[in-house]
Design a binder for this molecule. Structure first.
Ligand code: ADP
Length: 546
């Protein structure tokens, strides 16, 4: 039997760091500070500091597999943590600063985080939960330039880095060793921890940069808007460092105008975020035409469904939108909606239909949809639960034995997403199983109704949720936010839906609200809407509440 003659070579993140040091020394990493000034340094300094962090952690007694938490916005010091902690065999654990403090404490305790690196501007948040958390040491990044108050036992991150000067010695890391961890943001239940290996993050980076995925190269300037605590900013900091792209981090300034200014000032070519960010950007571009040139700007969007209407609006301004699907459990990239060459000559409407789907699985990710009676056909019609497997898909949750039901006996991860897959292989997420509206034995996709409503020019945002119904079990309710100064009637919106969908799809209740509540990662918080409107069917309230 012939053997392969290839070397065995560990796939670890330290390779990215060494590579960046060797080849991309002079490329910039730019970060927006809380006072809106720009902090800039080169990869050369970044790698030096990341290694110093690794050395400092070693001196502080970090053992392989120890967790180091971060509570930070998107900026250079967070990137240093992304690489410095795993370089020393530690596990970088990003805490979500938008979660309720009690939940942050629960997550930090569950993960047994030893150390914490935190932005000085976030210390007030730490104060609200530190009594419940057990960090051994807290390192404060002086983003504002103000002296760090060490009286509470906090230490200045810069001094800590100094302590690591010259002391970094590469440690042996196996590719299956843990490098990072992240908890699901709990949109649909208790947060669950996922631990990423070096290998998973390396392979994910290699696939993420593909032209048929995020299309990232050394020539790009990348601005991840998606927080670095939301599935490692979708892995972009790792992938961008691998290719040596210029990296631009927005810090805490995520409003559309600030982002658009930053894109223009730094020549950003690729950016990434959830649909609510792009809704805001679309509105800003329309409100202030000729202010920003976004021609050719590639926008990766995921985390929730991107309405086709918003995609069209952005592309009419010159942006190129890439819709992708993923989860905390999938590192996150699972599928991307590029248009296959065999579909390129279809009508514009057809092409947009595919672009608005969640795309085809990226290499090494297997997908299937299952129903109670087995695997569903790829006909674009039959809905079932999306199941996935692959080298960067979680096979278990961290220390959560009762979560085994998320995995099938034959080794697939059950996503909890209800989807169809069409003959061409494009996945369409119809809903999270908890958000699907079960009406009279039929399933109504809240996402489909939302997309149609958000296609109306007066609608800024729309979320559709199930409300209990004595006859049909559940019926849809649409909560709609109108654009400032715009008007639309319930009848008008209902008529649009009647044009697109069978009659029983159309909600009896369309209500106007001031805003849709959002989760910590910017998704519609449907549980809150369901709670707010659950009694509307039986009440005397009018169907529309202008
Ligand atoms: P959380 O579970 O707390 O929301 P995640 O960010 O891991 O945290 O969410 C993953 C979920 O987001 C997926 O299961 C899916 O329901 C949704 N999602 C992600 N990308 C898309 C997309 N492009 N279209 C529709 N839904 C998406």
């Amino acid at each position: 039997m012939i053997q392969s003659t290839m070397m065995s070579y560990e796939l670890t993140l330290t390779h990215f760091l060494d590579r960046a040091e060797r080849y991309f020394r002079n490329t910039e990493i730019v970060s927006r500070m809380p006072d809106k000034t720009l902090h800039r340094y080169t990869y050369q300094i970044f790698v030096k500091r990341a290694k110093q962090l690794a050395g400092a952690l070693a001196k502080a007694g970090l053992k392989p597999g120890d967790r180091v938490a971060t509570l930070m916005w998107n900026h250079y010091a967070h990137l240093e943590a992304y690489f410095g902690i795993p370089a020393q065999g530690g596990v970088m654990h990003t805490l979500n600063l938008r979660l309720p403090p009690k939940e942050i404490a629960y997550i930090a305790n569950h993960a047994q985080d030893r150390f914490l690196i935190i932005d000085d501007v976030l210390l007030p948040l730490l104060k609200t939960f530190e009594a419940d958390a057990k960090f051994e040491r807290v390192f404060v990044v002086p983003l504002t330039g103000q002296p760090v108050d060490t009286s509470s036992g906090y230490e200045n991150y810069e001094n800590f880095l100094e302590s690591g000067y010259g002391s970094y010695t590469p440690v042996h890391i196996h590719e299956n060793d843990p490098a990072a961890m992240c908890y699901t943001s709990g949109t649909t239940g208790r947060p669950k921890g996922v631990v990423y290996s070096h290998r998973a993050l390396v392979l994910h980076s290699l696939v993420e940069v593909m032209q048929d995925a995020l299309n990232l190269s050394n020539r790009d300037t990348v601005c991840p808007v998606v927080p670095m605590f939301h599935v490692n900013s979708w892995g972009i900091p790792f992938a961008a460092t691998m290719v040596g792209a210029k990296q631009v981090y927005p810090g805490p300034h995520l409003d559309p105008e600030s982002l658009l200014d930053l894109y223009s000032a730094e020549g950003v070519t690729v950016t990434a975020g959830v649909p609510t960010i792009w809704l805001g950007i679309a509105q800003a571009l329309e409100k202030q035409p000729n202010t920003w040139n976004v021609s050719g700007l590639r926008m990766a969007v995921g985390g929730a469904a991107m309405p086709e209407g918003v995609m069209r609006r952005l592309e009419s301004q010159g942006c190129v939108v890439l819709h992708a699907w993923g989860m905390t459990e999938t590192s996150p990239l699972g599928s991307a909606a590029f248009i296959k060459r065999t579909l390129a000559d279809r009508s514009e409407d057809d092409v947009y239909t595919w672009k608005a789907k969640q795309g085809i699985a990226v290499p090494f990710v297997d997908v299937r949809i299952t129903r109670e009676d087995g695997e569903a056909p790829w006909d674009g019609q039959t809905m079932g639960e999306l199941e996935v497997r692959g080298p960067w898909i979680a096979g278990a949750y961290y220390d959560m034995p009762d979560a085994v039901t998320s995995f099938t006996e034959d080794g697939w991860f059950r996503t909890g997403d209800i989807a169809t897959i069409d003959e061409e292989g494009y996945i369409e997420i119809k809903d999270r199983s908890k958000d699907l509206i079960k009406s009279g034995g039929e399933w109504i996709s809240s996402v489909a109704l939302e997309n149609a409503l958000m296609g109306h020019e007066a609608v800024a945002e729309a979320a559709v949720v199930a409300i209990p119904d004595p006859k049909w079990q559940e019926r849809p309710l649409a909560a709609v936010v109108l654009k400032p100064g715009a008007s639309a009637t319930v009848e008008e919106l209902a008529a649009i839906l009647s044009d697109h969908f069978p009659k029983w799809y159309v909600p009896e209740h369309i209500v106007f609200v001031d805003e849709i509540p959002k989760t910590s990662t910017g998704k519609f918080m449907k549980a809150q809407l369901r709670e707010r409107f659950r009694d509307i069917a039986g009440s005397d309230q009018p169907a529309a509440m202008p």
